[in-house]
Design a protein around this ligand. Structure first.
Ligand code: WTA
Length: 633
């Protein structure tokens, strides 16, 4: 029996049980039946969470692009693989068939090769949501180069940090990006970033907004003339299942971003399997995930998962509010979208708008709705269910992480009964555990704890680029023999999971993970600032917004001016997304005796919940708490 496509609850429970009792047999059957391998594995899984070392499908050989493109050519050459919907509705959508995708990816692969890119080299991809982004990512995979996609909303210094960390010699970018009514000068940002990246030898530039830009001779090349003259055939590089496919950076609670490294074989198997089940994708469906390919959601569920299943996947360049707040729904009607996957922050923003933006459109094609990236609040869930799903499209609240590569806890639509705010049940192969503060697993239901995973799954990130020790410290040291997610969760009487949010110093703003440390470091660079602490506070649309407590060296300074300067610095160093909504200047910060800032107290103050501030007796300076509360802005 194939366990690849689960269609009802009974089947889910059977498959789940098998996946836990005999994980290796379970994944082996799926890998064998549904993918193209050049060589079979010698061993399905070897793992040791103490080292930590995890290997799936050891010594197997494959190329993921053959699985995502070539093998569909026989039956789907003319079927749309990627349906590109431009920023402006007045520009026509582009149907990129599997046949065309094959040619474009191979041309791009040949261009990369002609610029000296080889198997194992890292390629920085800093592109907006245009077809060249998909081609470049897949072209890297074609030739075994490791793509490192950097979200095209990041600042020059964030781009530079990522380029330097993974030692990229080449950057693929564009002259600019469309973002609603605005354009963004991407090439200018790259030029600025490259001032501190001496290792970059080549920059390939796609044309999108057709503005005059600076091209540095000998380094910068327009992409189109190169791809147009390149061959549409490029033999796929044969990769080991454990060879890295890509690096994707995610924020940590301390210091610089973590370059999570994903594998070729396990990642493919798991993203393909979860895509099929979580979205109940059927032949001929049109699937749309609104994420940006700069994030893991775009990697796994715009590109690799859907394409491995021969699906039609929509790629949208624009934003939900341009030219008006009906844009998502207009696109759903226009392309008769069957599965729609977005972030709670987008739902909350659109729910604030007049319902006429929804009612104008025929949304009857929708069969499955999804959310990802942060907890969805009940109100947003109901709005989505009532107005978009017309109460008959199940909502899959999918919990997962950059590190997990694929969806971990989620309903299976039309199988798992949903409850608002619950991600519900673990997918096959996923063994969650809730841990208490002493590192002990909490048994039974109706309990709450720190969410860990006790057994490896095929798409778990294998390391942090260049820093395996940090990988171990961050994920495998808090609890013995388990991967620690950094999230808290509750398990209800039926065994359903509800994710309660981060338990570390990562704050999720509009679905973007932001570590507090890099923002604080940036603020502290301002000459007038002595020290700072950032916490999140609830925000209607963003989920969380940032609240900064800042101690000044000179208390007489112009505070409004300082607020502007601090946000300007953050914009330049981290990105506009990390700007503070509130800045409170204060004389002190609550600290433990070991000098650690007690963020728990600051979070309460920022959230306006000062009635029960909790125990302050362990503080070095308990008196500071009252004075911060008195000054609240
Ligand atoms: C949060 C995004 C609640 C969580 C795929 C996780 C969620 C972090 C959900 C990872 C959800 C993601 N419900 N919280 N359905 N999905 N999260 O790496 O805190 O950008 O640890 O990956 O987002 O964010 P990342």
């Amino acid at each position: 029996m194939s366990n690849y496509h689960i269609k009802n609850l009974k089947e889910y429970f059977n498959v789940y049980e098998k996946s836990v009792k005999e994980p290796e047999v379970f994944w082996e059957e799926i890998a064998e039946e549904h993918f193209l391998w050049h060589k079979r594995w010698d061993n399905v899984l070897s793992w040791d969470f103490t080292k930590p070392e995890i290997k799936w499908f050891e010594n197997a050989q494959l190329n993921i692009t053959e699985n995502c493109i070539d093998r569909h050519l026989r039956t789907k050459k003319d079927q749309t693989a990627i349906l590109f919907e431009p920023n402006s509705p007045s520009e026509d959508a582009l149907h990129i068939s599997y046949g065309v995708l094959h040619d474009k990816v191979n041309q791009m692969a040949n261009v990369l090769k002609s610029k000296g890119v080889k198997k194992g080299d890292r390629v920085c991809v800093y592109l907006p949501m245009i077809p060249e982004l998909a081609y470049t990512v897949l072209a890297c995979a074609r030739i075994g180069a490791v793509h490192s996609v950097v979200f095209a909303g990041f600042s020059a210094s964030a781009v530079a940090t990522r380029i330097v960390d993974s030692d990229c010699k080449i950057v693929v970018t564009s002259d600019g990006a469309n973002r609603g009514a605005k354009t963004i000068d991407l090439k200018g940002i790259v030029d600025e970033a490259l001032k501190s990246c001496p290792g970059v030898e080549t920059v390939l530039v796609a044309k999108r907004i057709h503005t005059e830009i600076h091209m540095q001779s000998g380094r910068d090349y327009w992409l189109a003339p190169l791809t147009e003259s390149a061959s549409t055939e490029c033999a796929p590089e044969i990769m080991d299942a454990e060879d890295p496919l890509f690096i994707l950076y995610t924020s940590g609670s301390t210091g610089k971003p973590k370059g999570m490294v994903h594998s070729s074989g396990g990642y493919m198997v798991y993203t393909a399997f979860t895509f099929k089940n979580v979205f109940q994708y059927r032949e001929g469906d049109v699937y749309w995930c609104t994420a940006d390919i700069g994030w893991i959601t775009g990697h796994s569920y715009i590109l690799y998962g859907p394409l491995a299943n021969g699906a039609t996947t929509v790629m949208f360049e624009g934003i939900p509010s341009y030219p008006d707040c009906g844009r998502f729904w207009e696109i759903v009607e226009k392309h008769k979208v069957n599965q729609f996957y977005t972030a709670p922050t987008a739902i909350r923003a659109l729910a604030k708008e007049d319902l006429k933006f929804v009612e104008k459109y025929d949304l009857s094609s929708l069969k499955v709705l999804g959310t990802v990236g942060e907890p969805i609040n009940e109100e947003a869930w109901h709005w989505y269910n009532d107005n978009i799903g017309n109460k008959n499209s199940p909502i899959v609240d999918t919990w997962w992480q950059t590190e997990t590569g694929g969806i971990m806890i989620s309903p299976i639509p039309y199988a798992t009964p949903t409850i608002p705010t619950f991600a519900t049940l673990p997918l096959p192969g996923i063994q969650p555990a809730l841990m208490d503060e002493n590192g002990k697993e909490i048994a039974g239901n109706q309990v709450e704890g720190r969410l860990c995973i006790k057994f490896p799954w095929p798409s778990i990130a294998r390391t942090i680029w260049g820093n395996h020790q940090r990988y171990q410290d961050t994920y495998f040291s808090a609890f013995k023999n388990a991967y620690f997610t950094g999230d808290g969760a509750r398990r209800d009487a039926a065994g359903y999971y509800r994710i309660t949010g981060r338990v570390d110093d990562v704050i999720i703003v509009s679905g973007h993970n932001l570590g507090t440390a890099p923002i604080e470091d940036t603020i502290n660079e301002h000459p007038a600032v002595a020290e700072s602490a950032i916490v999140g506070f609830p925000h209607d649309i963003k989920g969380n917004a940032l609240y900064g407590f800042v101690i000044l060296k000179d208390t007489g300074a112009d505070r409004d001016q300082l607020r502007k300067e601090i946000n300007q610095l953050i914009s330049e160093h981290v990105g506009p997304i990390a700007k503070l909504d509130k800045v409170q200047f204060t004389d002190g910060l609550p600290k433990t005796r070991s000098g650690k800032i007690m963020r728990r107290i600051l979070r309460k103050i920022a959230g306006g919940d000062t009635s029960n501030i909790g125990d302050t007796s362990t503080l070095l300076n308990p008196e500071v708490v009252q004075s911060i509360m008195d000054e609240v802005i």
